[in-house]
Ligand binder design. Structure first.
Ligand code: NAP
Ligand code: MG
Length: 511
């Protein structure tokens, strides 16, 4: 046995002891040998479907060429390879789509018995489930999120939103007793790139269930699953024009928002664009909801079950590469457990698998676009220049595509930009607090108010704290749990109105 092998052997013995004692290897011991178990590659296959080379606009039940004949390329952010060409819809196309939606509303959709509307929505849900494998793979190829997440979260939840809303379609009088709920007409909807199909479901399902027709624009980087959804809508036999999908850029979205014949605007995206939309809609009769950014506090009290809390913090910030409006991007830790928490977080981050989103072992996939990667890199530099201490996983990143290491910042102040601004990437800031009141004050010291998390052993503390945090969604001893029956939305610069649950139906109704 060589000297080097002897050293390795000693370390592997130690590792085995760790496993026997603790059930896991103590990762702080730098294991520079290969006795730790490696996952064999487990790539999801792509041979069960074929993408088209070119996708047109979906208007009045048919795929039609864009008026100006312009297309742009949509890529796979994990490889930068082109997946397909996508139509760039202009205001003329949006006008066609709104006219089709109006005609469908006046002539068909508003006249159908409510239970027939429900059947169509159920059919969409069932077809989504049938094609779920294809949807999951395309979502991952186009968006960069790990296949495990699109397979287990995005697609099943999207189907669940159609199922849930289908259930309400013929029961609106029970949902709002004593009232006479009526649809508004045409809903214009604009969605972002972080949960492409899920956001489409959040928008389309309640609009249809309440009897409205739809014109929707997916984000420029992630149009593919919305276009597959157009195929599902055709297959479900929805009357022409009830759902129209117009792909394009920001100006396409603006054309929907500003179209005079749209009755209701539903927007999810950045606070910056949300403000532009709010200004554009001021003084009009259009109803609107805005689901904007966030900078949520995830609070660990000293009495919390620390190991569970660590998992919740990891899920809170690294789920979907941190491209989550309700991400727990600010960790607040009670001072007495700070050292334990930061050590455990570093150990856990070292174990996260960053890489090919199509591999079923991957925890953190590709950043959605070069633009977003540049933004995250810029914030990383800002954090360091503001004087924060930092830690990054030492993992290797793929040579091609857009990737960023899971990152921690601590020794940060409330005034630091990395603490105040939404980074929308796998970057967590960590601050300490001593008293319950200090935790609440720090949690609320933000322009946003979308979500938050509390980790403690005491139920009374949960009720006390969550009632004092100004955020739309608060999780206790868990994080990032979503359900179609539960309303979602924010306060302050996180927007207004709620989506999901009964609350999510009201913005689409007059009563
Ligand atoms: P964004 O610029 O607000 O875009 C969201 C959607 O609005 C996209 O479909 C976008 O089209 C469209 N849009 C852009 N300008 C518009 C305008 N003037 N009028 C109407 N629609 C317009 O957000 P993003 O570019 O996707 O991401 C930027 C930042 O937004 C992120 O870094 C994050 O801070 C935030 N964000 C928040 C959420 C959330 O769920 N709250 C989700 C995603 C992003 P294009 O895609 O063609 O530009
Ligand atoms: Mg954009």
């Amino acid at each position: 046995m060589s000297k080097k092998e002897k050293v390795l052997d000693k370390k592997s013995k130690k590792a085995i002891e760790d496993i026997a004692m603790n059930g896991s290897i103590n990762n702080s011991r730098k294991l520079n040998f290969d006795t730790s178990w490696q996952y064999a590659p487990a790539p999801e296959s792509t041979d069960h479907f074929k993408l088209k080379k070119k996708y047109d606009l979906f208007i009045n039940g048919k795929f039609v060429k864009p008026t100006d004949g312009k297309y742009y390329k949509t890529i796979n952010p994990a490889t930068t390879e082109t997946l397909a060409e996508i139509a760039y819809g202009t205001d003329k196309d949006v006008d066609k789509a709104v006219k089709a939606a109006r005609k469908a509303y006046n002539e068909v959709w508003s006249k159908l018995p409510r239970k027939e509307i429900a059947k169509y929505i159920y059919r969409i849900a069932r077809l989504l489930q049938e094609r779920s494998r294809e949807f999951a793979v395309v979502e991952t190829l186009n968006g960069g999120k790990p296949i495990r997440e699109s397979r287990d979260i995005d697609i099943p939840l999207a189907a669940a939103h159609f199922f849930y809303n289908a259930g309400w379609a013929d029961k609106l009088h029970y949902a709002f007793p004593g009232k006479s709920p009526q649809p508004l007409g045409v809903a214009g909807q604009v969605i972002p790139w972080n949960f492409p199909l899920l956001m489409a479901a959040w928008k389309i399902a309640p609009a249809l269930a309440t009897g409205n027709t739809v014109v929707i624009k997916p984000a420029e980087t992630t149009p593919l699953t919305a276009l597959l959804l157009a195929e599902v809508i055709q297959e479900a036999g929805l009357p022409d024009g009830v759902v129209n999908i117009v792909t394009g850029f920001g100006d396409t979205g603006a054309a929907i928002v500003n179209h005079p014949d749209v009755n209701k605007v539903a927007f999810t995206g950045s606070t910056k664009v949300g403000k532009i939309i709010q200004k554009a809609l001021a003084g009009t009769e259009k109803k609107y909801t805005l689901e904007l950014g966030g900078k949520a506090a995830n609070i660990i009290f000293e009495d919390a079950p620390i190991d569970q809390a660590i998992e919740g913090v990891i899920n809170g910030i690294f789920f979907n590469q941190g491209h989550v409006c309700c991400a727990g991007s600010r960790l607040l830790v009670q001072e007495s457990v700070f050292k334990t928490v930061i050590k455990k977080l570093q150990d856990r981050i070292e174990n996260l698998i960053v890489g090919d989103p199509m591999d079923k072992n991957t925890d953190i996939g590709a950043i959605n676009s070069k633009m977003q990667l540049d933004k995250i890199k810029e914030y990383y530099e800002i954090g360091k220049s503001e004087g924060a201490s930092s830690f990054q996983s030492s993992c290797n990143l793929p040579k091609k595509g857009f990737f960023f290491r899971p990152t921690l910042f601590w020794d940060v102040a409330q005034s630091h930009r990395v603490v105040q601004e939404e980074i929308f990437g796998p970057v967590l800031t960590i601050q300490t607090f001593r008293t319950v009141q200090e935790a609440i004050d720090k949690a609320n010291n933000t322009a946003y108010g979308l979500s938050g998390g509390v980790w403690t052993d005491k139920g009374s503390k949960i009720f006390n704290v969550v009632n004092k945090i100004r955020a739309g969604v608060l999780w206790a001893n868990t994080y990032n749990k979503f359900d179609p029956t539960s309303p979602f939305g924010g306060y302050k610069e996180s927007g207004l109105g709620r989506e999901g649950g009964l609350h999510g139906l009201t913005p689409y109704l007059k009563m």
